[in-house]
Ligand binder design. Structure first.
Ligand code: X2X
Length: 341
């Protein structure tokens, strides 16, 4: 009895000695960056990840979500560099925003590459997704799981868009990859690149006529209240999200905690994709009904009109296929052709 107590006391002392050592390596708070707010599917994914990690590590890893890319003053194209440098510890980020640093991520922005959700899944959940993670690792950041922002649809304040001709001269805000400038220039529009933080006041003041974003962002930001009354559903690109951690932070965690954070990212990503697709699929168009209820003209393309957009952007696709890497793009095309529908 006495011997057992002694051993017990010794063990307690040993653990007590270890605990502060671990606590010293761990920060009291890990900063997680996202572009939009926590009410959006994207933000909910970040919150789910944080919550799962806190619960499963008994509070050892405490994540705080920073919306609005506030850790880089809203400049979302600098987010990836800030993660690499440790200004940001973790993020759930868009492939578009990180494409200036990881050029292969432009794959998802190739116009009309992914015709349906099965095509997105075939890429991110397959070999292409694995290869993409290697490029991100190589760029100095630890990728863990995929999520989804969604199919990006076109809105504007001027008139209905059915054909490329309808885009002529429209001043459109686009995200920070030169591929978007090329795509919208090819369509005859007048694209201008700005952060999402700057885009919202620019839309409200009429400094720009339109923008492109997933419907969850269009409705979540109430863009119909700033004159964005024409919405074209053209599914021209979709941006996946990626759950990542700064490499030094990753290395500072115990093996067990890394596994917890990875599994929590996979679980949160899976849940986030379900949330992101809610109301915007052919099976469940409830969000579209809500949008139309705000007096928005919602336009779906006929097959011929769709083909006109594909043809107008084909030179951009071909140019960027080379820049992204022909092998990678060909692999993606094959994965999509072979997808289960
Ligand atoms: O800036 C955008 O349009 C947004 C919010 O969708 C991204 O961060 C890619």
């Amino acid at each position: 009895m006495k011997f057992r107590t002694l051993i017990g006391a010794a063990l307690c002392a040993a653990f007590a000695a270890m605990a502060p050592a671990q606590a010293q390596n761990y920060k009291s708070e890990y900063k997680l960056s996202i572009v939009v707010g926590t009410s959006f599917p994207w933000g909910q994914g970040a919150e789910i990840w944080s919550k799962l990690v806190r619960e499963r590590t008994d509070g050892r890893i405490n994540i705080k979500v920073y919306p609005g890319t506030s850790l880089v003053q809203g400049d979302q194209t600098r987010e990836f560099t800030a993660i690499r440098q440790g200004v940001i510890d973790m993020a759930v980020g868009s492939t578009i925003n990180w494409s200036p640093q990881v050029k292969q991520l432009n794959l998802f922005s190739l116009p009309f590459l992914m015709p349906d959700y099965a095509a997105i899944d075939a890429l991110v959940q397959g070999e292409v997704g694995k290869e993409m993670f290697k490029y991100i690792e190589k760029a100095g950041v630890v990728p863990l799981a995929w999520g989804e922002n969604g199919y990006r649809q076109l809105s504007n304040s001027k008139h209905e868009i059915k054909r490329p001709e309808d885009m002529k001269g429209l001043k459109l805000r686009v995200v920070g990859s030169p591929l978007y400038i090329d795509t919208f220039t090819a369509l005859g529009a007048n694209p201008t690149q700005m952060s999402w933080a700057d885009a919202q006041p620019a839309l409200a003041s009429g400094a720009v006529d339109g923008q492109e974003n997933p419907l969850s962002i269009y409705t979540g930001s109430k863009l119909y209240t700033v004159g964005q009354k024409y919405l074209t559903l053209w599914n021209y690109v979709a941006d996946p999200l990626i759950f990542v951690v700064n490499r030094e932070v990753w290395n500072s965690w115990s093996e067990k905690d890394r596994e917890i954070v990875r599994q929590a990212a996979l679980d949160a990503g899976k849940q986030e994709i379900v949330i992101a697709r809610k109301g915007v699929t052919p099976e469940d168009p409830s969000l579209l009904k809500e949008i139309a209820g705000h007096g928005v003209t919602v336009t779906e393309l006929s097959k011929a009109d769709h083909e006109a957009f594909v043809a107008a952007t084909k030179p951009v696709y071909d140019k960027w296929k080379k820049q992204i890497g022909e092998d990678l793009v060909s692999k993606a095309e094959k994965a999509i052709a072979a997808r289960k529908q």
